[in-house]
Design a binder for this molecule. Structure first.
Ligand SMILES: NC(=O)c1ccc[n+]([C@@H]2O[C@H](COP(=O)([O-])OP(=O)(O)OC[C@H]3O[C@@H](n4cnc5c(N)ncnc54)[C@H](O)[C@@H]3O)[C@@H](O)[C@H]2O)c1
Length: 254
């Protein structure tokens, strides 16, 4: 693929989880347009394959919560591409729960995918990036991490954990002298399959505050708008940005 001129990722391998849908899919397209070889990972293998075909990349099935599957994928990436330069952790779920009435199985599932999946991904990526001496990791958090979420308590807490792991990982690598940048992106409402879940939850519980907040933005965001931020953070244009939590929500949380 051609680079877009301003950002050139030719020769780099970019791995995206949750690649079959929404923000992950848009990130695959953006990274490939800038010249990266894209590796699309998802539970939904068919969806990942469709994206990979569209961007002339490769796909593999992966449950991000499963360390053994991550190991298999890492070996495959080593054999097929011999390197890993960029990781976008976009796989995630959003379930409804409250602190007072918490459903522990929802909570465990949310943390397993959103937090542990992100952590396992970072561990695999760092094993490639440290010997390479360079790399960029972008973790999908959310504006839900910034304030209380009475109706999606576990989701908000999981995304706060993602942001915190991001900062710790960024510091750990900078202090060890690695040029590996790790940032979290915090979207507001973005029009994807997950947004449909959000709308459904808000409608069911009649949450006027949350709906009002969304209305102030005028419109939901597009996955491509988040993908452009991910692309920037993945590139050398963002060479002094690491450990940052970057909000992208058209002032919804301002
Ligand atoms: N859409 C929004 O409004 C919004 C807002 C803030 C943050 N986010 C975050 O952005 C990320 C992407 O969200 P989206 O809206 O594109 O969601 P989406 O539902 O469109 O896509 C999520 C993808 O993750 C995959 N996935 C789910 N569980 C998985 C697992 N265990 N292993 C591998 N893949 C798995 C799904 O198959 C799906 O393809 C998520 O982490 C989400 O929390 C989304």
């Amino acid at each position: 693929m051609m680079s877009n001129g301003w950002i050139d990722l030719n020769g780099q391998v970019a791995v995206v989880t949750g690649a079959a849908s929404g923000i992950g899919r848009a990130a695959c397209v953006a990274l490939a347009t800038a010249g990266a070889k894209v590796v699309a990972l998802d539970l939904d293998l068919q969806g990942a394959q469709a994206v990979a075909t569209a961007v002339n990349g490769a796909a593999h099935g992966l449950d991000v919560t499963n360390a053994a599957e991550w190991h298999v994928v890492a070996e495959w990436i080593q054999t097929e591409f011999g390197r890993l330069d960029i990781l976008v952790n976009s796989a995630g779920i959003a379930l409804k729960d409250t602190v007072g009435d918490v459903d522990l199985s929802n909570h465990h599932k949310t943390f397993a995918i959103n937090v542990e999946g992100t952590l396992l991904g970072m561990q695999v990526a760092l094993r490639f990036m440290r010997p390479q001496g360079k790399g960029a990791i972008i973790n999908l958090s959310s504006t839900a991490s910034l304030k209380g979420n009475p109706n999606m308590a576990s989701y908000g807490a999981s995304k706060a954990a993602v942001a915190h792991f991001t900062r710790s990982a960024a510091l750990e690598n900078v202090r060890a002298g690695h040029d590996i940048r790790i940032n979290s992106v915090h979207p507001g409402l973005i029009e994807t399959a997950m947004a449909g879940e959000f709308y459904g939850i808000l409608e069911k519980i009649g949450s006027p505050d949350a709906l009002r907040t969304m209305m102030t933005t005028g419109r939901p965001g597009r996955p491509e708008e988040v993908a452009d931020l991910i692309l920037y953070l993945a590139s050398d244009r963002a060479s002094f940005i690491s450990g940052a939590s970057i909000v992208i929500d058209r002032a919804a949380s301002a």
